[in-house]
Design a binder for this molecule. Structure first.
Ligand code: SER
Length: 877
């Protein structure tokens, strides 16, 4: 029976466990502390600092199953995904690593044993070919003489265009970082035809598939033209799990292995396409995996950086969902299947399943409206092209107006053999960027506009309404319509959008009808009205027309949890620190809450924990959160927390959390305290005299925060090679060891100094009873010169010492003079004389002076003449 992918993953780890490798968990898709990489693209990324000898670890053999993404930078597979049998955005890489432990021979032997031995993968030897770097004779000989594979099956690969290391058999992680020559193992998919090396190089019909890359990390690429050797030689290997699974499961395409078959079956059930080989099924099954894992690693869709990569993948997938007639809002349903098929690697997804589904559901909802419209336009433009080139302007229009990432447009064009004019597209993009910077300034200073309309806020109960457009303001003026791409402020007769106030940020979302689509980027109060600030993406928007409103519900829910948690925090602070604690500022967003309050004393960690305990208890009590309109008098009687007494009208809105909290507030809140889930303080500080600040997270942000901490501790324990509970002991032991070693070094240095001192005294000049000691050290510690000077002065009462240390063409100097000679000579005077003549810098006092500069012959001459010069100073006075 064929091995499942899950079994293969486990077999790989078991094999290397047997070979004394430590199994290290996959690192996040977001590279830790490495701005040179957008996403983790290889198993070796997490070990970059170890390869470069910048980080030490206690183990030298490691194996991993690393989640990888190749959608940007040096290794970018996105545009091929779906159209080939092998490319993926997301894939798992099996890897074994040696850090200055075994090298070429063992690395090759291990790979060979796992692939060919009966006990393990049992692949016939004649099916395997290898490539080696042209210059790498050592590796060639290992394959030929030790592994003994037929010479015909070993192919040497050289540099391209005569550029050194520009070869398929020289692996580099990116434009910089660890790299080295590699040897690759290939699988021959044909059975009957006897291939020769030419067939291998031509590789018709992808007959030979690379399955394992063994990299000999010997170099560090600093820049394009600068590559340096590393002191430690290491091994980095990578075998794509999906590829080896396709071989062991006897299928030609990665998309036919068990994982993808099951995913495609589910997609097919949700759509009208039942041919499991359909390209769209492949694309969707690939993309749902990458989306799930990217979100699990805490990236959310956005318009920049990693968030935009995620958005692009989601939108590309949704276009294919649309193409195969998949039911609306179903893409997120595939997450459960991904979790199931990924076996052991699905655990991390399971923990974040709801978050992943929520984000995908919301993205699909947001995009579905513009997707259909944009596709109609794209298809009609494609029909109109006569040279098979889509204009950059159209591609940009689709991007800007309908949120079509360029690769989505390219994907549609590819199906119809149409090219895109990329240069023109980029030009449009540049133009818009400049324009949008001007537009952004527009609504920043936009507080003094005259608004006639009044607006009824319905957002306590509803997240959407059908409203009437009452007024449109552009550039401080009321206008009758807004055009596409214009920034404006829209005023409606009613709205679910909460306007920024009382610390709660304004809602975001969309306004749309059959003729237009407006994205709301912020909402603010303007007198009695509410302004929806944003940009018209398509169509025209006119006053006195009807429009649908829809807030961004995911954000709003998160804001509500944080707002309710802020009330709980206020209440807990009063219970713990006293009723006089008073709010001084508050910010409530969808990511976190910030609360400033008056309190004179320092806050201790135990008090922070006490606050967290109290608030989480309130959460578990799961009390109803209700609101009541009260007269100001009643509110006072109920001891409601009120912050700006003067500003309240006679009827006020009180937010009541049973007997835990009653606070006057116009914000939006959770239904019950239990909705908050969990409350975690992430920072506390003092921001002014007597004012403290607490920042906290709730709900899934709190879980994310705790996971990050967990990962950090796991990392620490792996680095220190101990259990988590032993980390503190381990560090204390290390500190003691360092102290012990430092003491030892000091003792040894003292002994060495004594030898020097005896020697120096012996070789001193005698200037009529005054000792003059001059000595040049090489590559010594400067601070030791100071110690020796002090000791010499103590040992001999009438002494002048001039000690010099020379290192890399530079010198440092310490000059000492005993007190009883100050009438004749001082250390600073000697320093000055040397400085003047050598351009060295220096300074000090009568008894000791220090300095340094470039070491030249001049200094030797000065030192040589020093006895004479000093003699003059001492006896001429
Ligand atoms: N870093 C190499 C690769 O990604 C081997 O792991 O192919």
């Amino acid at each position: 029976m064929n091995r499942t992918t899950n079994n293969i993953r486990q077999d790989f780890l078991n094999f290397f466990k047997d070979k004394k490798h430590i199994i290290v968990p996959s690192s996040s898709l977001v590279p830790y502390n490495d701005s040179s990489l957008l996403f983790t693209n290889a198993g070796m990324n997490q070990f970059k600092e170890i390869f470069l000898n910048e980080k030490k670890i206690n183990y030298s053999r490691v194996a991993t199953v690393q989640r990888c993404l190749r959608t940007g930078g040096k290794h970018n597979d996105l545009e091929n995904v779906g159209y080939t049998s092998r490319h993926h955005t997301f894939f798992e890489m099996l890897g074994n690593f040696s850090f200055n432990d075994y090298f070429k021979k063992e690395a090759i032997e291990y790979a060979w044993e796992l692939l060919t031995s009966k006990k393990w993968f049992n692949i016939p030897v004649h099916k395997l070919w290898v490539s080696v770097y042209q210059e790498d004779d050592e590796t060639y000989k290992i394959w030929k003489n030790i592994i003994k594979i037929p010479i015909k099956q070993i192919i040497k690969i050289g540099d391209k265009n005569n550029v050194q290391y520009n070869s398929d058999n020289f692996w580099q992680m990116g434009d910089s970082g660890p790299c080295g020559p590699c040897t690759e193992i290939f699988y021959d998919y044909e059975d009957n035809l006897k291939p020769n090396p030419e067939d291998f190089l031509n590789n018709k019909n992808n007959r030979f598939i690379e399955i394992w890359n063994i990299v000999f990390i010997e170099f560090n690429r600093i820049s394009r033209n600068n590559i340096i050797s590393l002191k430690n030689k290491s091994i980095d290997t990578g075998m794509g799990l999906e590829r080896i699974a396709s071989i062991l499961q006897n299928v030609f395409s990665n998309y036919h292995i068990d994982i993808f078959q099951k995913l495609k079956e589910h997609i097919s059930q949700l759509s009208q396409v039942h041919d499991l080989n359909h390209i769209s099924l492949q694309v969707i099954s690939d993309h749902i995996r990458s989306c799930a894992y990217i979100i699990a690693d805490d990236i959310t869709p956005s318009n920049e950086h990693r968030g935009y990569v995620l958005k692009r993948i989601i939108r590309r997938a949704l276009r294919h969902c649309h193409k195969i007639g998949m039911k609306k809002n179903c893409f997120h349903q595939l997450v459960a299947t991904v979790i199931k098929v990924m076996g052991d690697s699905g655990v991390i997804l399971k923990q974040k399943q709801k978050k992943i589904e929520d984000i995908l559901r919301s993205e699909e909802k947001q995009f579905s409206y513009t997707l259909e419209k944009g596709l109609k336009i794209l298809n009609s433009e494609i029909k109109k092209t006569n040279n098979n080139i889509l204009s950059g302007k159209t591609a940009f229009y689709l991007y800007d107006t309908f949120g079509f990432p360029i690769d989505l447009t390219a994907d549609v064009c590819r199906e119809k053999n149409i090219q895109i004019d990329y240069n023109a597209y980029k030009l449009q993009q540049y133009k818009q960027k400049t324009q949008s910077n001007i537009n952004k300034k527009f609504y920043k200073n936009y507080n003094n506009i005259i608004v006639n309309a009044t607006c009824h806020f319905e957002g306590y109960k509803k997240n959407k309404t059908k409203s009437l457009v009452k007024q449109i303001v552009i550039n401080h003026k009321s206008v009758s319509k807004a055009n596409k791409n214009e920034y404006s402020i829209i005023f409606l007769n009613k709205t679910p959008f909460y306007p920024e106030s009382g610390g709660q940020i304004g809602d975001t979302g969309e306004l749309y009808n059959k003729t237009c689509y407006f994205v709301v980027e912020n909402t603010k109060k303007y007198g009695d009205s509410i302004g929806h600030i944003g940009k018209l993406i398509s169509g025209t928007l006119e006053t006195n027309t009807h429009i649908n409103t829809q807030i961004h519900q995911l954000n709003r829910t998160a804001i509500q949890l944080n707002h309710s948690a802020t009330h709980l925090l206020h209440s807990a602070l009063r219970n713990i620190f006293g009723q006089y604690v008073c709010q001084k500022g508050s910010l409530v967003t969808h990511t976190h809450l910030r609360f400033d309050f008056s309190y004179q004393n320092p806050i201790e960690i135990f008090q922070i924990q006490q606050i967290e305990h109290m608030i989480n208890k309130y959460i578990r009590q799961n009390v109803l959160i209700t609101t009541q309109m009260l007269s100001l008098e009643e509110a006072k009687k109920k001891q409601a927390i009120a912050l700006f007494e003067n500003q309240y009208s006679s009827i006020v809105r009180a937010v009541i959390m049973k007997d835990i909290s009653i606070e006057l507030c116009s914000g939006t809140h959770a239904k019950r305290t239990g909705d908050i889930g969990i409350f975690k303080i992430i920072s506390y500080s003092s921001i002014a005299s007597g004012i403290k600040r607490i920042e906290a997270v709730t709900g899934h942000e709190a879980i994310n925060y705790l996971h990050k901490k967990d990962n950090y501790i796991t990392d620490l324990s792996l680095t220190l090679h101990c259990n988590q509970s032993d980390i503190k002991d381990k560090i204390e032991n290390l500190q003691n060891k360092i102290k012990y070693i430092e003491n030892k070094i000091t003792k040894l240095q003292k002994r060495e100094n004594q030898n020097y001192i005896t020697q120096l005294l012996k070789n001193s000049y005698d200037l009529k009873g005054i000792k003059l000691i001059i000595h040049i050290f090489h590559k010594y510690e400067h601070k030791l010169l100071r110690i020796i000077t002090d000791e010499l002065k103590q040992k001999s009462k009438q002494t002048i010492t001039i000690l010099i240390n020379v290192k890399n063409n530079r010198f440092t100097i310490v000059i000492g003079v005993t007190k009883n000679l100050f009438n004749y000579i001082t250390a600073i005077k000697i320093m000055k004389m040397i400085s003047e003549r050598t351009h060295a810098k220096g300074g000090g006092k009568k008894e000791i002076a220090e300095g340094g500069g470039i070491y030249t012959e001049k200094l030797s001459i000065i030192l040589k003449n020093m006895p004479l010069w000093l003699d003059q100073q001492l006896y001429q006075t």
